[in-house]
Design a protein around this ligand. Structure first.
Ligand SMILES: Nc1ncnc2c1ncn2[C@@H]1O[C@H](COP(=O)(O)OP(=O)(O)OP(=O)(O)O)[C@@H](O)[C@H]1O
Ligand SMILES: [Mg+2]
Length: 145
């Protein structure tokens, strides 16, 4: 799909940056004229992916998180969240509802939420090399627009 516009951001994997990433995604998505509901879905999905990079990817260091957003032809928003952290040994298992290595405060629902709020979700990961989460959302044409 042809790319119409994009942004790339990079920030340290610190929880203070989660809100920024979410707001940046919403600000970029605004050009595609989403509904409030679509915008909410986008913010939630970005928040889950970025939170994962912050809490799971770098156990002992403060690594780098990349966020890339692309507006594609066909009213499609593509979101990439990438880290160069520890990676996921079994992606299929990690994506199952309620699977978590994160302890008590995690419910293991992040990937499930991303999958249900977006129209496409692809996770690539290599142990010791990092994880990239690519999501796509179709921003539907508005009646009367
Ligand atoms: N970027 C990442 N780097 C390394 N491991 C990850 C990453 N993202 C997810 N994981 C692994 O996949 C598991 C499932 O992630 P998911 O977001 O679904 O649940 P969670 O983060 O454990 O809990 P919740 O998102 O509900 O707080 C995590 O527990 C972790 O083991
Ligand atoms: Mg999570």
């Amino acid at each position: 799909m042809k790319q119409l516009n994009y942004i790339k951001l990079e920030f340290p994997a610190r929880s203070v940056n989660e809100g920024f990433a979410r707001a940046a995604a919403a600000a970029f998505a605004a050009q595609m004229d989403p509904t409030m509901e679509e915008l909410g879905d986008i913010k939630t999905a970005v928040s889950e992916a970025v939170t994962n990079a912050i809490v799971h990817a770098y156990p002992d260091t403060v690594g780098v998180v990349q966020l890339r957003l692309r507006a594609l032809e066909g009213d499609t928003l593509e979101i990439l969240v990438r880290d160069r952290g520890r990676g996921i040994p079994d992606v299929k298992k990690a994506m199952e509802p309620m699977y978590s290595t994160g302890g008590e405060e995690r419910s293991g629902m992040g990937f499930t939420i991303m999958g249900s709020f977006m129209d496409g979700l692809k996770v690539r990961s290599a142990v010791g090399r990092g994880t990239s989460v690519t999501m796509r959302k179709r921003i539907r044409a508005k009646a009367g627009a």
